[in-house]
Design a protein around this ligand. Structure first.
Ligand code: PMP
Length: 413
């Protein structure tokens, strides 16, 4: 068959269904748009000429822009240049990558560590390296898209257990595990859209009972929880978790990810993990900033302490002003609205009041659970928190009436 170059204008949409699809998204309040942030200054951002207090980023420790991280990036660039020039297995494996892996080993107290281009790349590389046809995966049904994509790529048979429901997981393991060769259980430790935590000790118990491996994604817990910022898989639990993933792009205000693992698993992944083998290594300035962030976070635990005070305080403020009891045990606070359009209206109202708070909608969260995802940072002041709590209370009332019935007490319920 001959292929001819199309004479279409480049602005034409090649398939009519694309525009129909986009129209449908708009109609259902599900369209997504890229936002151009014009300036970033600590906890403030400027969008469309308006200065906003940002409650939507994952810069939980307020380290983005910190002089120590800038200096780390510049020093690494002076020594190693701007790019890694190749994948680590070609000629991109630099000394500074090994330095970062050593720092991760100290943070996690793990036998070894392997760094990745991003958390997404870590998940879509590690899961298919470990599992394939004939194996099975049991994942929490609220697991992040990178985990879902990794599992789909692996071609392993997979089962999704109800969120944090260990009885359901045990039932699935009992029923299906025996039919497959290897089994992998996957969860997040702190859930990115719900701010609640996995029952790690129970997962460890089930992993041993059913002869499975356990992988825990600590993207949002790393830097925040644990005495040294190691995450919710504390040093006491670390030896029982086979793969701990952490990211540098959130609390550490950089980019990239790591897996804290045994040396033999590292060697295995170096030989089998496609997202590591076939992708350029992290650029030196990014690695330099990541190193500086790890160092700073272990030295200055007050960032963590301040953040913890903030989420406890914000829980009280929300109760006081909205009358609802929302899960505020972490820096991620979901205010479940339900409808997509209502969530977008509240997002817009809050923007007008000077806040950037994102309405998170399906498919990022399950249908009918659109929510405001409030993301606290240690850089927020108590005045920021108070103003936001009042703003949410006002906007909820204006949009949904005096007693918004869709607000769940337990967001994970
Ligand atoms: N896991 C979780 C739970 C996440 O929330 C994210 C990012 N939102 C990732 C993994 C992916 O990490 P990265 O942004 O470094 O690709």
């Amino acid at each position: 068959m001959k292929h001819r170059m199309s004479r279409r204008n480049v602005t034409d949409i090649p398939f009519p269904s694309l525009s129909k699809y986009l129209d449908r998204l708009t109609r259902d309040g599900l369209q997504r748009r890229l936002v151009a942030i014009e300036a970033v200054d600590g906890r403030h951002i400027r969008v469309s000429g308006r200065d906003l207090v940002d409650f939507s980023s994952n810069d939980y420790l307020g380290l983005s822009g910190h002089p120590a991280l800038r200096h780390g990036a510049l020093a690494a660039m002076d020594t190693w240049g701007t790019g890694a020039r190749a994948s680590r297995l070609m000629s991109g494996g630099l000394g500074i990558h090994l330095q970062l892996e050593s720092a991760v080993k100290s943070l996690k107290d793990s036998q070894d560590a392997l760094i990745f281009g991003s958390g997404y790349l870590a998940a879509i590389g590690i899961i298919p390296a470990l599992c394939g046809r004939g194996d099975c995966v049991f994942m929490d049904r609220l697991s992040h898209a990178s985990i879902v994509d990794g599992v789909l790529l692996s071609k392993a048979r997979f089962f999704r257990f109800h969120h944090n429901d260990m009885e359901h997981l045990e039932t699935l393991l009992g029923r299906y595990r025996g039919h497959y060769r290897n089994a992998l259980i996957i969860t997040e430790s702190l859930f990115s859209m719900d701010g609640d935590m996995a029952p790690l000790e129970d997962l460890i118990y089930l992993k041993y009972k059913h002869d499975a491996m356990l992988m825990v994604d600590e993207a949002h817990a790393t830097g925040i929880f644990g005495r040294h910022g190691e995450g919710l898989v504390t040093r006491k639990l670390a030896a029982d978790v086979d793969i701990m993933i952490g990211t540098f792009g959130k609390a550490f205000a950089g980019y990239g990810a790591f897996a804290a693992i045994t040396s033999v698993l590292k060697e295995f992944l170096v030989n089998r993990c496609r997202s590591l083998i076939f992708s350029t290594a992290l650029p030196p300035p990014v690695v330099g900033a990541n190193l500086a962030a790890l160092e700073l976070s272990s030295r200055e635990s007050w960032h963590r302490e301040r953040l913890k005070d903030s989420f406890a305080r914000f829980g009280q403020l929300l109760r006081q002003y909205t009358g609802i009891d929302i899960n505020c045990n972490s820096q991620i606070i979901p205010v479940i609205i339900g409808g997509n359009k209502e969530a977008l209206t509240i997002e817009k109202n809050l923007f007008e009041m000077g806040f950037m708070v994102k309405a998170v909608r399906p498919p990022t969260v399950p249908p009918n659970t659109a929510r405001l995802r409030i993301s606290l940072s240690s850089a927020h002041t108590s005045e920021d928190l108070e103003r936001l709590a009042k703003g949410i209370a006002r906007s909820l009332k204006d949009t949904m009436g005096p007693r918004p019935s869709c607000l769940s007490k337990d967001p994970a319920a």
